[in-house]
Each structure stands twice: as structure tokens, then as C-alpha cells.
Write a protein that binds this ligand. Structure first.
Ligand SMILES: [Mg+2]
Length: 362
């Protein structure tokens, strides 16, 4: 068996760092393009881990575990007993003999594929969305788009008789791509645009729990549904096929998928597409899994800046903005390594470990 899970979570994390599995950072970069600005340089696969199962010598990795402070038989993570040391002195640390090989995306993918909590979180989000939809329809000044919201606020309700719409992201919002992530884990690999597009062309993603019920409710309420996705326009037909196979889009419906670069001005920043829709519709809700699905995040914001944006718009969450869970990838992860998608995996991992907070602030 290649993977075992009886060790503490920290050992799994340490194994990621120490054993040199190809992390999902590269995969993240391309899926995550979907949620942010394009990287300035192409992603280069790490040749050292291109071969399946390739394992680097443990001491060559930057994040050895100080085994003297790890309790290998502990069944639970105990931060008081465990430390990661990124300093040079730790490079001499020994590695517990039963360290397991694992993958950076293992827990997040398993959570999405197996947990009751994922199902509950998604259904909770879409239940909230449905309730808010019915409220929003009857409030003429209501818009979930920040620019349209300010425009409507300056006009009397009778001057804004726009039909209503909702905007949803696609990946990890209405389509669950965790099988693709699972394949990467099984293959000990990372994201590649080719393999991603092969997965998309299969049109085999399943619906995110609660999405179908919400979309049916929107249709029943006479609200037009738009999908604003950072999937490439080249795979829009496959995307439509997948949505239609799940009943998430009607087969004879007009094209309501707005892909990245479908028009020149439709960049990774989704605000131009929201503005396009806002010309003809009042946007009742924005539904997505990434901050970029709700607001323009600017150029390569730090994790701190992203959190501050979330706080700045605190009144909108659960009211006009509905957030789906995605602990696997997204702008949150890219911001940890400064959106430097082309960086070496070791550097990305170092940045992530540096971002950990163990509650022992100096
Ligand atoms: Mg998404």
C-alpha cells in the first residue's frame, strides 16, 4: 500500500515536505489561473519528480522534521509536541523510519470526496442562496455586483426595471473536479494543462451538492443563470456538455457560459464579465469558491490583503455573496507563494511552511 494514514497529521505534512512528492502546486497553478492573473512565465515541470514515485533523498529537502520533538505513535496532531524547522540546523535532523509518502492535496481531496461536512457545507451554501434569491427579487435596488449596487443606489427603483440574474462560477462551485485531483494524487503528479483539459473533455464531473436544486429554484423564479468561468474558451463546449448531462444547464438554452478570453477583454479578472451582464440584468447573487468570483482582487494580493477584502465586505457574505468550500486550490494558495506559479516546488513549500502560525508569536 502506498499511502497509510495512521500517523498524525503533522507527519503527513512533514512527509510532503521531506519526501519530495510533486506537490499539487503546479496543478494549482493552472486550475488557479482560473481564479487569478496569468503567470508571467510558463509552468515548468520539475524533472526530478517527473517519474512516478520518484523520491528524493530525505535530507535534500528543505523541511526536515525534528524527530526528537515528534511523537510518532501519537494519534492526533499536537502542536506542542511537534515543530517544523526550516533553518539550516534542521537539515541534520533524522527522519522517523516509518515516515509515509503522501501528497500535498490528499486531505483536501478526501474531504471533498468522503466527508459529510463537505456535503453539509455545500448544501448550506445553496440553501442560503435560494432563500436570499427570493428576497433579492423583490428589492429593486438590490445588486450583488459592487458597481451595479452603487449605480442602483443612486436611482429610484422604477428607473431600474432590469430582468434578474444570478452569476455562478463553475469549478468547485457547480462542478466537482475532485476526481481529477484524485488522479493526480494516485499518479503522484501535479497539475498539467493537458491533463486538465483531458479531464474537462471527459465531461465527467459531478454536480456540487445542492447546485441542481438551487438552479431549479432560480429557473422557477424566472431568474436567468450565468456561468462566469476561467476555464478556457477552447473547452466551453465540453463544459456545456458536462453541465447539460447533469441538468445544470438546459440543452436548448442560449449560451450563458462566459469563458475566459471568449472576448479579448474577458481576462482572469471576472469583473469585466460581471459588468457585461450588469448592462442588461440586475445581479441578485454571486456564487463561487474563490474571492475572485465576487470582487476584483487587484494585482497579486497577499493572503493578508485577501482576508482584509473579505472583512471589508463582511456584510455581503451569506446575503449577496455565497461562498462554496474549496481547500484544495485557489487564490488563497497562490497568494502564499506570491502568485509565482513558475517557482520551484521547494520554494512554494517553504513559503507555505513559513505561512503557518503555531500560536507562538515572538
Ligand atoms: Mg471555482
Amino acid at each position: 500500500m502506498r499511502y497509510h494514514f495512521s500517523l498524525p497529521a503533522v507527519l503527513s505534512l512533514a512527509a510532503i515536505a521531506c519526501l519530495g512528492c510533486q506537490p499539487q502546486s503546479e496543478r494549482n497553478s493552472a486550475i488557479a489561473f482560473a481564479n487569478g492573473p496569468e503567470p508571467t512565465t510558463p509552468i515548468v515541470p520539475n524533472p526530478e519528480v517527473a517519474e512516478l514515485g520518484a523520491v528524493k533523498p530525505l535530507r535534500s529537502e528543505p523541511f526536515p522534521v525534528d524527530s526528537s520533538s515528534v511523537e510518532p505513535t501519537s494519534a492526533a496532531f499536537d502542536s506542542s509536541e511537534t515543530r517544523f524547522d526550516t533553518g539550516s540546523a534542521a537539515e541534520d535532523a533524522t527522519v522517523p523510519p516509518d515516515m509515509r509518502q503522501t501528497h500535498e492535496d490528499l486531505d483536501a481531496t478526501l474531504w471533498m470526496q468522503t466527508s459529510a461536512e463537505y456535503v453539509a457545507s455545500c448544501r448550506q451554501a445553496f440553501r442560503t442562496a435560494e432563500e436570499q434569491l427570493l428576497t433579492a427579487i423583490n428589492v429593486p435596488s438590490w445588486s450583488a455586483d459592487l458597481i451595479q449596487q452603487s449605480e442602483l443606489a443612486g436611482h429610484p427603483p422604477e428607473a431600474t426595471p432590469l430582468p434578474t440574474a444570478v452569476i455562478l462560477d463553475i469549478d468547485e462551485t457547480v462542478l466537482n473536479n475532485s476526481p481529477y485531483q484524485a488522479r493526480l494524487i494516485q499518479q503522484d503528479g501535479g497539475f498539467q494543462l493537458n491533463s486538465w483539459h483531458e479531464w474537462v473533455e471527459e465531461a465527467a464531473a459531478e454536480a456540487v451538492p445542492g447546485a441542481l436544486e438551487f438552479l431549479e429554484a432560480a429557473e422557477d423564479a424566472g431568474v436567468t443563470v450565468f456561468f462566469v468561468t476561467n476555464r478556457q474558451n477552447s473547452v466551453e463546449n465540453a463544459t456545456r456538455r458536462n453541465l447539460e448531462s447533469l441538468g445544470l444547464s438546459k440543452r436548448d438554452a442560449p449560451d450563458r457560459i462566459l469563458s475566459k478570453q471568449e472576448r479579448d477583454e474577458w481576462t482572469s479578472d471576472k469583473s469585466s464579465r460581471r459588468a457585461h451582464i450588469a448592462k442588461r440584468y440586475r445581479i441578485l447573487l454571486l456564487i463561487g469558491d474563490d474571492l475572485n468570483d465576487f470582487v476584483s482582487i487587484g494585482n497579486k494580493p497577499t493572503a493578508q490583503a485577501r482576508r482584509e477584502l473579505a472583512v471589508e465586505h463582511a456584510d455581503l457574505w451569506g446575503v449577496k455573496w455565497i461562498q462554496l468550500p474549496n481547500a484544495s486550490y485557489g487564490g488563497w494558495e497562490r497568494s502564499l507563494y506570491d502568485w509565482n506559479d513558475a517557482a520551484e516546488d521547494a520554494l512554494k513549500l517553504r513559503k507555505k511552511y513559513e505561512a503557518l502560525s503555531d500560536g507562538r508569536s515572538e
